[in-house]
Structures are given as structure tokens and as C-alpha cells.
Design a protein around this ligand. Sequence first.
Ligand SMILES: Cc1cc2nc3c(=O)[nH]c(=O)nc-3n(C[C@H](O)[C@H](O)[C@H](O)COP(=O)(O)O)c2cc1C
Ligand code: SF4
Length: 1398
Amino acid sequence: MASTVEIRTPGEAAHALAIKSGKGVIHFFSSTTSAQDNTIPAEDENVVKEILDIDLVRSFQHNIIGGSTVYADDGRVATISEVQATENGFSNGAMEGVEATNSSAQRIASEIPSKASSVGSSKSDRESSLESRDSVSSATTVEQTTVRAVTSDDIYNFVSSIWATLKQRVDREYSPFHYSGPSNAENALFIFGSDVGAFGEVIDAAKSGDAYAKAGVITARLYRPWLGAKLIATIPKSIKKLAVLEQIRRKTTKWGPLLLDLLTTLKSGPGGGVETIVGHQLGYIAPETVPQALRGVFQNLKSEKPIQNLEVGNSEGPAESDESYDPSQPKVESAYMKILNQIFGQRLYLANALGSENVGISAAVAATPEFGFGSLIARKQRRESFVDEIRSSASSKSFSKEANAALAKWAAAAGDDKKVNELADGLTKLLESDGGAKSKDLLSKKELFRKESSWLVGSDAWAYDLGNSGVHHVVASGENVNMLIIDSTPYSERAAADAARRKKDIGLYAMNYGNAYVASVAVYSSYTQVLQAMIEADQFDGPSVVVAYLPYFKEDDSPLTVLQETKKAVDLGYWPLYRWNPQNESKGEPNFSLDSERIKKELKDFLARDNHLTQLMKKHPEFSSSLSQDYGSEVRALQKRKAKDSYAQLLDGLFGAPLTVLFASDNGNAESLAKRLGNRGKARGLKTMVMAMEDYPLEDLPSEENIVILSSTAGQGEFPQNGRAFWEGIKDNTELDLATVNFSIFALGDSHYWPRKQDKHYYNKPGKDLDRVMANLGGKRLAEIGLGDDQDPDGYQTGYANWEPQIWTALGVDKVEGIPEEAPPITNEDIKLASNFLRGTIEEGLKDTSTMAISAPDQQLTKFHGTYMQDDRDLRDERKAAGLEPAYSFMIRCRLPGGVATPKQWIQMDDVSNNFGNETMKLTTRQTFQFHGVIKTKLKSAMQGINQSLMTTIAACGDVNRNVMCSSLPTASKYHRQVFACSAKISTHLLPATTAYHEIWLKDENDKKTQVAGDAVQDYEPLYGPTYLPRKFKITIAIPPHNDTDVYAHDVGLIAIKGKDGNLAGFNLLAGGGMGVTHNNKKTYPRTGSCLGYVSKEDVHIACEKVMLVQRDHGDRKNRKHARLKYTIDDMGVDVFRGKVEELWGKKFQKEQPFKFQSNIDTFGWQKDETGLNHFTFFIENGRIEDTAEFPMKTGLREIAKVHKGEFRLTGNQHLILSNVDDADLPLMKEMMAKYKLDNVQFSGMRLSSSACVAFPTCGLAMAESERYLPELISKLEGVLEENGMRQDSIVMRMTGCPNGCARPWLAEVAFVGKAYGAYNMYLGGGYHGQRLNKLYRSSIKEDEILDIMKPLLKRYSQERTEGERFGDFCIRIGMIKETTEGKTFHDDVAEEESDEE
Ligand SMILES: Cc1cc2nc3c(=O)[nH]c(=O)nc-3n(C[C@H](O)[C@H](O)[C@H](O)COP(=O)(O)O)c2cc1C
Ligand code: SF4
């Protein structure tokens, strides 16, 4: 008869099948039916893992895709991708059966929406592909994939292989149908589910007179597909009558589906001997009533005229207990659960997690803290008696000698957790080989050989009634038990959530108790801090409480929302990150460690007692300002008042009419105009005061005499950030009386920003709205509203030139004489010139700790040193509201010619990101490392860390030659080495000579010796001169047929040409490529480089130098939007430019050499080079290296770097190559890659060919999300790709957050460029290997429109493309978009007609 143990295994097998086949239904029965079952022993974890991909399961469990999951029949057809041999000889095999399942599972994986990364970034789900095969998955080279629907045969194959594994591992046998009972039975029961056990037992125990004696029981292990032939083979020929028991609650047909299946199989073909089949409806049956039910069924079956559809049992089962206290477990807890799993693995014991071994207990009870705590204590006692048992066993004679010795050793070490864990495996093996009864008995409790890490998991619901919750019990008990409490209240909703009930601070409560380890963590803020806290909690001898933050509004919130909420809460001190270990004191260490920057008042008060705060301040003097200040709206109001009053005092000495000038500006236009207006007013004798709208106390408005407001337009007709509070205060205000106020508005906008007719009202909307509201409040216009339009010949200056004189006239100061000449505005050229070769006041700025920012000119200069100041844009609003300066931090970019790094350098870079940055690294589109979130106080240390690893950051940004790129070319390492050497040579040759870099960043404390060679003061720049270049300058090398560095997109592009001897001979030199554009400014455009000719490899660095010098002397230094080499060349003409370079060089370019490109993307997976070394290209989505709960990629790469003997190569597509792996080291590398899931490259061709820039939250220029959004967008398109058989097809898709174009969007086949938050310009028609620019297809469209365009277009492409036709070419052929032939025609013939009507 089926035992309960067996029942559990088919559940897992069914689960595995659903995951493998992409479709499946697991039938669960009401818990009440199995409430009386015996408890089910824990399944062997390794077996479960072997048949079931736990990670994939979790992905499914936590991702609902458009309301459909693999568990339900959503009407979709599950499909299999079959890959035939690839052209490069790496065969994926015709995948059948289990092989096919891998592919299928991966297909499913790719349908799951991507998850957050730093969010980080969000990332695709991973699955190790180790078992499947070595794979080269190039979006360019994988061929001949067919997608077909999963068939019944496939399912049978899948399930058979799962069963075969089970047979082998646990010796239990399964088949689609199972018969038990006498082989000569005449009557049988067909039944499903856990009832099989209960009914079976009663039939077994039947007395000879019972109606059901000697009956057989048949059950289905695989119901769909229905395999009739297998059924016939299963049923003994002796069976004549069959009773079918079906649980059909909501009947829609007269006959149950099972009955119909049986009738079809057994009655309509050669179906064995069954003569009578009678259906019954099975209701709830209590165990004691089973005999009665069976009697009824068999009497009916045996009667001459059996009744069909006889109801057996009650229609309703007993009600589940109604617990008054019903804390539910957070459903998004998986991130923390995964980390617990990762850290503790087999040692983890979750007392009250859903799905744990508390079968038979209602979920509501199992989830309560009391239950969990009780069960942990019971568990602990069980282990204690187990230890006693082992102690006595060690001296008994029931074991082999070795086993005895091992038991004794284990018993001696019983108190030492580490030791017993080490001994556990060996001891288990010995007992297994011992095989005696006593050994078997001990083995049945083998999990107790390890010291478990016991956890109780709960939700923030426990915080409302701490005294009654398990928190109190646990902390008060002093037991060594760990609690993980997940708080999901979003930061933005905290006040509302608290209004009714007071939520207590669990962390504080536990700390006050004194004896508990307490940590406050947030996985979306610091992954490593979570790890650290969990490990410490486990090690702490006593109760531990880890409160973990995971804020969400709805369960399907995107990871981005969770990330943003977390960041705000941590940054503002609502959810501080800290660890509290009361045992530290005895070791002379502080009990409290603060891992974030700000803490809330309650925590501060707690720490203020007992000296903890003083200790903390001593340790982190920089925190004192944030610790000792409470922020709030009152502070902000006070600050405003103070600022304005002191301004007013300043003006007191002046005569003339008062004029208040307010501005709102996102990117500085309105601000600089306002400041200039203020100065001009002063020059005319007016008492002018200039301030941002947000700094102005609104209540003062009625007392103004004259006020002018300059506001630009942001978002979609919105006020810029620093004008919003003012607007919110005034827009519906009816109290303000402006009867005595004269005002005027100047609005800055762009009449084509939202080009569609229906969006025209967004043009200068804020200015127009404000003008209306102020007039309604009684204000008198000094002059009509002025409108500045970016589209006018002089931009907003055109409108402004008309407006300003009207203000002077209205104020009676238009005819003032002797106005002093205005100083021209300070330009970048002035800043460079005055900087003393890039020194400026950077050094002084770094020492000023009153702000985390540096001065505006220094912000320009630090770029030359490889670092930009940024601020976290996710936090701007919150910090503003709290009266804090923006969260300033620095981005640091390395200089890494050719993107080649040693494993040691990799580890050092990893350290830099952990110790000084935001724990993530970005591999950039220009093949280098970039760090974000480095705060000013850590900047110098970070720079030193980078330099200690023999890398530098000098000239990684700024108006100089930047990192020199080189194709990463894993298939030809020898050749790569030669070309790479040239990139390094050019890079060194064009380095700036100033010693400012060393002085500022690398000097040691005594300010005497520098840490890196270069002491000599060398205050001149032989190549650059004091003003360096007009704009940035980029050089790249591509090695045909790979254009993976986008050779056409850089100021200088070098195409490597091989000589007849197979070695590098020289380069075709392209000049004038460039990407940066300004939206709606047709004077700006992207451009592909023009070929100047061929140069030998010996001359190439000199040729590059000369191109750079001609640009230095002829580039436009007045207008930075027109300063790149591309404009110099177009203005001059290619031939004239070439002539100037040759003249300076004294040599001539030779004739361009033939070459051929095939693609500009990477080839993923393993490849061998010509020397026999192996290379693996990892898929690093958008270059973000980070750890997440799902995918510990950063840790994995670090571990690999520790043992890797070759090198790493960063690719121009933001991916990474593990290079130069010897055959002998391959197995180890493969094993490690599989362990960290780094070996998966089975993503859709579109994802593999995609690339996105950083954008939000750090890039100051971003107008829309990019890196955090592109993966999501691709997930939304993958369904269409799949349906149309294009999963493997490479389509180059790129996204950037602004038109600066860091991810080179203009060369993609399809691109999205940020226009405003959530809105993008869409471009089509780029060349597949980066040779042709694309063209604007639609402006300012949002996700729904993007999908509406892309989905049918992709479908059409799949149906109408010609052999080998690329997506970009296709879009042009079918007339979707015109071809862009050169940069100058980029704006011509765009698909979207703009309308000029207002
Ligand atoms: C993200 C973004 C959104 C914009 N949205 C609008 C808009 O809706 N309507 C409009 O007239 N101008 C819009 N503009 C144009 C700006 O208002 C205009 O370029 C202005 O000169 C910028 O001034 P600022 O530097 O002071 O912010 C937008 C600009 C940006 C960058
Ligand atoms: S493209 Fe724009 S948004 Fe993206 S990283 Fe570059 S500057 Fe920032």
C-alpha cells in the first residue's frame, strides 16, 4: 500500500516535471484530508536537488508573469527549443528527452521578469548549464533552432527520467499508474491523492466477509497526458469491475473527467478484462468512516444495476481552526531566505517557514512565533538527548571499531559547533557502511549530527504586540535561537501605516533587553551587511534578532520600487543599518556598530545612555553632525527664513526699488539667466535678491513689491525639482493676497519636446500656469509672460531678449546710463586655464568636511582625474524635504587599455568597490571598471587602492584622450596580444603629463613622497597645452571580423589589418565618429568615423597623436555642443582635415586596406584560441557586477579570480571574458562557474545583444531609467520572440538615459534614448555590425507604446525577412524607416512628422 513517505516523493517529482516541461498541474488536496496522516520524514535534500532545480522553482514561486504561472493552465502552449549543430562545430546536440528539458527550463527561466540588482540592477534568472553541455552561445553564431510544442511523449520522457533518478537514489519505483492488491482481484478502486493511503489500509485490513475484501487499488501518478496503454498494462486481467472515486466539487459535466478517461481507454479498445466501470463522487471522509464508505462503494459496484455518480462522504469537511492571532509570513521573504540558505546550507533549520516539515498543522498555527519558538526548543532538547545517546553509543558494542571511535570523537566535540559540523559527514559515511540496526537508527536522525542554525522567521506584524509575540519569549528565554523578522512597510507609507496602531521598534526592544544580539539589515541596501549579521547571529551564544527591511506596496512591485524605498529609508535614518553585540564589551570592543550613516531619534536616545553614542562618535567622527541633528520640516522652514532674512539685511544698504528674482531650474539654464538678471538689476540700482523658488518662504509673497520668476520645464510639463514645493504651496491657495505685488514670469521650454499635437500644452506649462495663478491671486503683471523656446534660432535667449527690456521699462530703470560691462560667464576653457594643470582647489575641497560636495570648477577638473561628482537621484526629494544636501558621492572610472586585467587586479577592484563604493562595479562600454557611490571622505583612499593595483584613473574622463579600447577576441589570443600592445602604447603615449594627479591623490600622510613614480614637478603639457582638448577624445581598436568595440563610434577608430604572415601589419584609421547629441537640437548629431587611410603599426600612435593635435587646434572651444572632432571634420571636410594631419605628421596615409566585419556583439560561452587556451565569455547584464540573493555573481567572480591563472578581458559590450584557461584547469573552472551559476549564457539573442548605460540613480544627466529598466523591457518582448521562433536571433537593442549616448545607441538596430522619466525616443534601422546609424522613429513614447510597436514588428520580421536579413536592414527595406547614410542626414526624413501647430 502507498505509504505517506511515497506520497511525498511523487509531489516532488510532479513539481520537477512542471518545471521541466513548462507546464504541469500538481494536485493538492485540502489539508483537512491529510490532517490525520502520519508526519512525513524529511526528504533527503540531495535527492530533491537532483530532481528539482530549486532555484528555478523559487523563481517561479516568486514571479507571476502577467497572471500566469507554470502551475496553471493559462492556455499557452509549452514549447521546446531544439538546437541543431552550430556552424562553429560546437554541437548542442539534437535535444530530446531530458536534454530538451534543460533547454526548455531555460526558456522558461528567461520568461521570468528580471530581478533587481543594485538594483542593482535587475538581472536575469540564472541556471547552471554545467550538466547540459559546454556551450558557445553567440547571438551571431548559434543556428537552426526550432521551437515546437511539448508533446505527450516529451512529458512521458521527462517523467520517466525523473522516476529513474528516484529509483536509483531512493529505490522507490514509480510508473504512470500504480496497482496494489492481490494479483487475482476481481474488483478494484481507482482513486487519487492522499485518500489512497487511508482507503488502502482499510482494504488491507479487510475481513473476508467485507464487501471490499480482496479488492485492488489503482491510482495515477501521471494523470495528464493520459497514457491509456500504460493503464491497460497496469490493471491485472482478473479485474472485472472498477469503482472510480473522483473529487469533483464544482461539476460542470455529468461525468467526471477521470471516469471519461477510463471509459475511453477500457471500453473503446482492447482494454483488458474490465467489464463494469462505475463513477462515484468523493466528498470528505473522516478516517473512522472509511470502512463505511468503502462498503457503500463496493456494494454499489457489485450490484446488478450500479448507480452512477453516487455521492460518498460529506460535501463539506470540518472547518479549519480560526486562529484569532494570525500573523502571515511575508510573501516576498525569498531574498532573505535565499541568503539564509546560501550561508547555512544543510545546517539551516527553519522552525516556522511555510513548507517546512510541520505537515498536518494548519499554516496559520505553524506561522505563529509561539509555535516556532516551541518547536525550536523541542528541537534543541531533541538534539541534547541525541548527544547523550551518542555518548552512550560510543561506549556500546553495537558498532564497528571505526564507527565507535568516530562516535567517541564526535561526542567529545559535541560542544564545539565547528568541529561537529566537520565530523558529521565522515561519521555518517562510517555508520552507513557499518549497516547495523543501531547505526540505522542513528542515521534516521542524521541531521542532528550537525549543529543546526535554527531560525524563526516572522513578519513586522509581530511588532504591534511585542509582549505577546514570540519576540518577547525568545529574548526573555535567553535561549540560543535566531529570529529573522522581515519588515515590509514602505518608507513612504510608514506614517499612514502607524496611524491606527503603534508599531514598536523590535530592534530597540531587543537591545533594551540587554542579552540579545540585534541587527538591523536591508538586503537592497547592503548585501554584505546582511551576510555579516546573519553569520554573527548564528555565532552568538544566546538569542539573536535580525530585523530585515524589504519594503513593498504590492506583491508584484518591481525590484526597482523595493530598492528605491529601501534607499530612502536607510539614507534618512528611518531604517538604520546596525549590529549590536552585547558580548563585545567583554572583548573591549564597542557593542554597537553603525553600518549606515544616519539614525533616528529613538535609537540615538538609546545609545546616548550608557556611553554608546560617545563611543560611536569617537569611532566615526564624521557621523557626529548627522547623529546629533534631527531633521524635519521645521528645520527646513527655519533655514529658509534665516537665508532670506540675511539676504534682506545685505540689501538694506542699497537704494532703489526692490526686485526679487526666483528661479526653478533642473540643468542650470533658468538659474544662470536669473543670476544674470539679478546682477543687471543691481547694476541699474535695484535692490535685487536672487534665490531658488524652493528656498523662498511663500508666506512672504504678499509683501513683495516686484517679483519675477524664471522657471524652466521638466518632465512632462512639470516644474523642475526646485520649483515644486513653491508650486504645491501656491497652486490651490486662496489665502494669499497679491493685490500689491507686481510680477512677471519668464518660462523656458521646448516647443517640440513632446511633439504630438495632443501634447502641445506641455510647452512651457509651469510658467504659464504660474502666470495664471498669480494673476488670479490679484498680482499685477510687470510684463506679459516671456516664453523661451529651445527651438528658436538662439534657443531660449531669443524670447528672453524681448522680455528683459520690458522689465526694466516697467521698473523705470530702462534708461540708466553708465552700466558697467558684464563679466563674461566662466567657461570650461577658463576653468582649465586657471587650474594650473588640473590642480584647481581639489585638494582644499577634499579637506572640507562641512559638505560632501566639491566646488563647481573642481567638479569639471576632477573629471580629468577620472572621477565625477554625482548625487543619488533616488534620494533627492526625500533629502530635500529633510533639509539635507543631496546625497553626493563620486563615480570613479579606471583607465584600462584594451580592458585587460589580471586576476589580482580583479580582486583589488572588488575590494575597492566593497571598501569605498556601493559594493557593485560597472564594466563599462569602454572596457573599464567604474565605481559608484564613493563618498568624498573615501575618495582618496579609493584612488590609492586603484593605483596600488597598478591601474590609474588619470584621463579616464575629461577633455583628453581617454581609455584606449581593443577588441577582446578570445579566439585568437596571439594576434590579440599584438593588437592589444598597440592600444597600450597609444594610451601611454597620449597621457597628460601633469603631476597634479600624483600630488592630489597619491601623496602619503607626510606630504613628501608620492606613492607612485613621478615626483618631478612637470608643470607643462607637451601634447595638450594648458587648455587640453576642446572636448573628450576617444580611441578604439577593432579586429575584424569583430566590431565589438564599435569602431565607427569614436573620435579615432582603428581597424586592425593582418599581414600576409598572419601578424598585425597596421590599421585603417577612421576619424570623427561620435555619439553625443542634444534632443531636438539638429545642429548636434551622431556620426560614424570617416576613413583617413591606412597606417603601419609602428606609426599608429603618432598618427593618433596628430589627429588629436589637429583637433586640439581646430576644434570649437566656444560651443561645447559643437566641440567634438566629428563637427571639426564635417566643418572642414574630410580631405582638408586629412591634409592637415598629414602636414603635421610629415607622412601620408596609405590606401585603405580591405576588411570585413560581421557583428558588433560578443560570442558567449567557451571558445578555444589558436594556442589551445580556453576562454569563457560571461553574460554580465549591462556590465553590473553585484551580488543579489538570487545570484551571488560578485562573490563567484572573486572566488574564481583567486584561483585563475590567466587574465580577465572586459568587452566593449560590458561583458567579461575569463581568458587563457589551460585545459588542465578547465574542470575546476567549470565547477566553480557552475557553483556560482556563472556558466549560464542561455539567454535570448536579444538579451545577449543588448546594452544599457548607467543612468539613474547616479548619472546626473539621466532623463530616464536605462540599466535598471532595459532588462525588464526585454523580458516583456521575449514572449513574442519565443512565439515567433526568434529566441536565439540576435537583434542589437540598446538604451541610454539621455542623448549623450554612452551605450552607443545610435548604432543599434533598435534603440531607446531617455527623454523624460518613463519616456523614450525610439530609433530604428542601425546596421547589425555597427556600420550604420539608425534614425528617429517615434518621440517620447512610453512602455505601452513601445510594446505596441515592437511586438507586431518583431512578428512581421519573423515572417517577412529574407534569408539572413538583419532586423535593422529589414526595417529599412519594408519602409518603416529611411536609411541614415551619414551623420549629417541623421535628422532628415524621420518617420514622425512633427506638427508646428500650437
Ligand atoms: C527631461 C526634460 C523634460 C522636458 N520637458 C519639457 C516639457 O514638457 N515642456 C517644455 O516646454 N520643455 C521641456 N523641456 C525643455 C526644458 O525646459 C528646456 O530645455 C530648458 O531650457 C531647461 O532649462 P534648465 O536648464 O533650467 O532646466 C524638458 C527638458 C528635459 C531635459
Ligand atoms: S547616456 Fe546619458 S544617462 Fe546614460 S550614462 Fe551616459 S550621460 Fe548618463
